[in-house]
Design a protein around this ligand. Structure first.
Ligand code: NIG
Ligand code: FE
Length: 408
């Protein structure tokens, strides 16, 4: 057993409502606290001096400078399994071309498919480890990673195997998602319906057989898949036993309601969501995942995070880290900037980066500092939790623990 502390403040983030608006009173800040860890799990959180007396045998990990302790962040939407760059797309956008136009002209996602197909499984795994470790150093202890730059059996399986292999070589937890339905590949003979049917009949059974993922995603958009084709695809994936998530309402409204209708765990993006989408997500168990990094990368409006919360939605914030629309990959910076723009409270932002993001991934063992849950944590070099968003992501954690082990 290890007693870690004292911390000026601990924000265990327990007992927060899972949906809707949050304020400071929901944070239940503990002053001069300590945290007891055994076998990678939280055993107790309380006053440091009391705990020292209560657990005299615990090994002490003494924190000798002012720090604020939080649960590790959970990034519930990334595409960090890719090779190459899309800086050319980025400069074309700055010069006035749109993301969808660049995609139609053969750039966009397809360009990352070509570059990722050319990389070996080992090279891809090494790239995922590198990016996951960068995230871990910035306090992100669990990371969802999608396939979706392979788009045929061999290449999608290569990506998912690379993500699996990477998980062995980083201390961050990786959660993989099959996004073969990212785009109809240029080299597939058939239409979107035929491609989606191929994924269901051929690819997903192989994914299951190798236990590579239990989550399926689809990009519903004008340049990708139509709602009409997506619906039966998602229903079929669910009946195979996959959890669902959807790239919804990024440029065109209408698909968030579809995500709710198929009981997807999350509907992600939502930059173009309208009143009907906000109402639907406000009453649903489907988590509304907003991706400010994609708005920053594409120079477009943020998702209506404030209105989603006010409607009662479960709001999570993720990085969407990918080579095309969100190359930065700095989750805290993006969440802080969104918080200023959308008037989100610290409690709403922190819940969106922890417990509500865990909900999007169906994980009930992390995201708060509570007895029996993973001791995934991070501490910031400040005496007041408000400094963390105030510095807009420039202040990084001083220490990070993954399952009780110090990794920074
Ligand atoms: O979430 N919108 C679709 N997919 C990714 C972008 C992928 C890419 O452009 O490479 C996204 O933004
Ligand atoms: Fe995405």
């Amino acid at each position: 057993m290890q007693l870690i502390g004292p911390f000026i403040q601990i924000l265990p983030l327990t007992d927060m409502p899972i949906r809707g608006p949050l304020g400071e009173r929901h944070l239940r800040i503990m002053e001069h606290g300590g945290l007891l860890v055994a076998a990678g799990r939280v055993v107790d959180v309380g006053g440091y001096q009391d705990m020292k007396a209560q657990y005299p045998d615990a090994e002490l990990h003494f924190i000798d400078t002012p720090q604020v302790l939080l649960p590790g962040f959970i990034d519930c939407h990334t595409h960090i399994c890719f090779s190459g760059t899309r800086s050319r797309d980025y400069s074309m956008r700055i010069e006035g071309q749109s993301y969808l136009d660049i995609a139609r002209a053969g750039g966009g996602i397809w360009s990352s498919v070509t570059q990722t197909r050319a990389a070996s499984q080992e090279e891809l795994a090494a790239l995922v480890v590198q990016r996951a470790n960068r995230h871990l150093q910035e306090g992100v202890t669990t990371i969802e990673v999608k396939s979706g730059y392979g788009l045929n059996a061999a290449q999608e399986l290569k990506m998912l195997r690379a993500i699996r292999d990477a998980g062995v070589h980083t201390k961050a937890s990786l959660v993989s998602t099959c996004l073969a339905a990212h785009l109809v590949p240029k080299d597939f003979e058939g239409d979107e319906k035929a491609y989606l049917e191929w994924i269901i009949a051929d690819l997903l059974p192989q994914v299951q057989q190798e236990r590579l993922s239990n989550r399926v995603d689809i990009f519903i958009e004008q340049t990708a898949f139509s709602p009409a084709a997506a619906m039966p695809f998602l229903e079929a994936a669910a009946s195979l036993g996959f959890d669902l998530t959807v790239h919804a309402d990024q440029f065109t409204a209408g698909s968030a309601q579809l995500a709710v209708a198929v009981h997807a765990r999350s509907a992600d993006h939502l930059e173009a969501s309208d009143d009907a989408a906000i109402r639907a997500l406000g009453g649903a168990d489907t988590v509304a995942v907003v991706l400010p990094g994609a708005s920053l990368g594409l120079g477009m409006q943020y998702a209506p995070a404030r209105r989603l919360l006010d409607a009662g939605a479960i709001l999570a914030i993720a990085s969407d880290w990918n080579p095309g629309s969100a190359p930065m990959g700095d989750l805290l910076m993006q969440a802080a900037v969104l918080s200023a723009a959308e008037k989100l409270s610290a409690a709403e932002v922190l819940a969106g980066l922890t417990i509500r993001a865990a909900h999007a991934l169906g994980l009930e063992d992390r995201g708060v500092l509570r007895y029996g849950w993973f001791a995934d944590m991070q501490s910031y070099p400040c005496a007041d939790y408000r400094d963390i968003l105030y510095y807009q992501g420039k202040m990084k954690p001083q220490h990070v623990w993954k399952e009780g082990i110090l990794v920074k």
